[in-house]
Design a protein around this ligand. Structure first.
Ligand code: HEM
Length: 239
């Protein structure tokens, strides 16, 4: 692995993970140590039983039906974004360990085809949604309530996704070689195997990882903390 790749796709990954976990721990401890509001932020209508309130809290967090009433297009796009994001996240787990039961059922060629079709489809879906999110903010009334951070965050996400799609559609390296790299990072000995080191696509991987590192480090200080915060806010409401 050359020094530049080692710095970005090795050392920087550890720095990014450290900032992410320390930052998120700090944010969550801060939320828990904030005194409760004296007024009750109850849910409406409030289910009578505790399990009913839990179910409603989960529904409000996962499906956010309030947004459907206000702006159905935005709601649809938000659901598409979160579903595609979640499935892409699951897809990335294949970079740590192969989904052996699926490979046993489909064969390794079948698995690669499935990954290409699902990864490719959700990669495109999430790109379309982020472009929609971005352009939505160029027109009133959303433009009037947008701050530079809103645009920068969306552009950063779009860049991470674009490089991911580039790897998916133009990569000439097998997932096993990407996995060897990810596992080397997990074993604290970052390296590229011969296939990855000699492929020009490694620069796209380094760019993808660099942008993902920036996103990870920025995460605890951005509005992306709503991933955890939305659940906690609804938990307070269900009290
Ligand atoms: C350091 C962390 C990450 C690594 C090592 C990584 C690595 C990769 C690799 C190797 C691929 C190509 C898979 C293949 O062709 O077999 C890929 C695809 C992709 N990545 Fe990442 N990625 C990371 C983080 C992210 C993040 C944070 C996002 C989203 C914000 C993201 C979004 C995507 C997308 C949309 C694709 C294309 C669709 C797919 O194949 O799933 N990646 N990534």
């Amino acid at each position: 692995m050359d020094l530049f790749s080692f710095t970005i796709a090795g050392l920087m990954v550890y720095a990014a993970l450290a900032v992410f976990f320390i930052g998120m721990t700090y944010r969550i401890c801060h939320w828990f140590s904030t005194p409760k509001a004296s007024i009750r932020l109850g849910m409406f209508p409030k289910p009578k039983t505790r399990s009913g309130r839990w179910l409603k809290m989960l529904k409000d967090t996962i499906l956010f039906p309030q947004a459907l009433d206000v702006d159905p297009t935005m709601w649809f796009m938000a659901i598409a974004f979160h579903v595609a994001g979640l499935l892409i996240f699951f897809g990335h787990l294949r970079l740590i360990k192969e989904f052996t039961p699926i490979v046993s059922a489909l064969g390794s060629k079948g698995m690669d085809t499935l990954a290409f079709v699902t990864g490719g489809t959700f990669g495109i879906v999430i790109t379309v949604v982020v472009i929609y999110y971005l352009f939505r903010r160029f027109a009133s009334p959303y433009k009037d309530i947008s701050v530079p951070e809103d645009y920068l965050l969306l552009i950063l996400i779009l860049l991470v996704i674009t490089m991911g799609n580039h790897l998916r559609f133009f990569g000439d390296v097998h997932v096993a070689d990407y996995r060897a790299y990810v596992q080397s990072v997990l074993l604290f000995r970052p390296s590229f195997d011969a296939a990855l080191a000699h492929s020009s696509i490694r620069w796209s991987l380094v760019a993808h990882v660099f942008l993902a590192n920036i996103l990870l480090m920025y995460f605890p200080f951005s509005k992306l903390t709503h991933t955890v915060g939305a659940f906690l806010a609804n938990l307070v409401r269900s009290d």
